[in-house]
Ligand binder design. Structure first.
Ligand code: DX5
Ligand code: ZN
Length: 229
């Protein structure tokens, strides 16, 4: 059992792409803690989504935390643009370049909270020497690129290992990919405290009819709370 506060971060990758502003407002009104923005470049991952202009456009529609997950390589040339677009958290991938420490320093210097993400095949040790630079570790529980994939159970021991490695530092452990009311309790029991969910939040509703989003978010919270004190 853990007493950690669990945060739900809906990924707008599963939202209606013609209505991002309204979709962000809808999930926040239905209880989302953060809004998770998946930036993909068609190079680091095999899909293309959106960039800093979209972040700037949705910023006025997000009252809380805009959590921007950069699945791009290189990262450094774009940090200032995402910071200026209003990102609160900028997360870069370990695998995105040879100078992770420099990238994380650049995110901090741009005024954002600092996240680092690990692909499924990347070991926890890859972040052992940057723990004092980060506010969040994102454990990819699918291979990044698409919503609606299945949670990879082999990530559970990695989450446990990272929770032990952070050793009481104020670092969030985020899980991203395949999070549902079935997988959320396992991830939380292993040590995750931020649940990114795309398809599990946005299914069944719309910005005009957002009640399903609320029910979906409550279902995730209830499932997570089954393993929190
Ligand atoms: C995957 C993205 C995720 C994705 C999660 O590349 O980083 O944020 O949108 O989608 P679901 O919750 O549908 O697996
Ligand atoms: Zn993501």
């Amino acid at each position: 059992m853990t007493s950690r506060k669990i945060l739900i971060a809906p990924s707008i990758l599963s939202a209606d792409f013609a209505a991002f502003g309204a979709e962000c407002a809808a999930v926040e009104s239905q209880g989302a803690d953060w809004v998770h923005v998946d930036v993909m470049d068609g190079h680091f991952v095999p899909n293309i989504t959106f960039g800093p202009q979209l972040c700037r456009a949705i910023r006025p529609h997000v009252r809380g935390v805009m959590d921007v997950h950069l699945m791009i390589a290189p990262v450094d040339p774009y940090i200032a643009a995402f910071a200026e677009a209003g990102a609160d958290i900028l997360t870069a991938h370990v695998e995105a370049g040879p100078h992770l420490d420099r990238t994380l320093q650049a995110i901090r210097a741009a005024g954002c909270r600092v996240g680092v993400a690990l692909n499924p095949a990347t070991p926890a040790e890859a972040v052992a020497h940057v723990l004092d630079r980060v506010d969040l570790i994102c454990v990819m529980t699918v291979n990044p690129g698409f919503g609606g994939q299945s949670f990879i159970p082999a990530m559970l021991p990695k989450i446990r290992q990272l929770r032990a490695m952070v050793a009481g530092r104020p670092i969030h452990i985020q899980v991203d990919g395949g999070i549902t009311p079935r997988t959320a309790p396992e991830a939380v029991a292993a040590g995750a405290d931020v649940l990114v969910a795309g398809s599990a939040v946005f299914r069944g509703g719309s910005a005009a009819e957002p009640a399903a989003y609320g029910a979906n978010i409550r279902a995730l919270r209830a499932a997570a709370s089954s393993v929190t004190a």
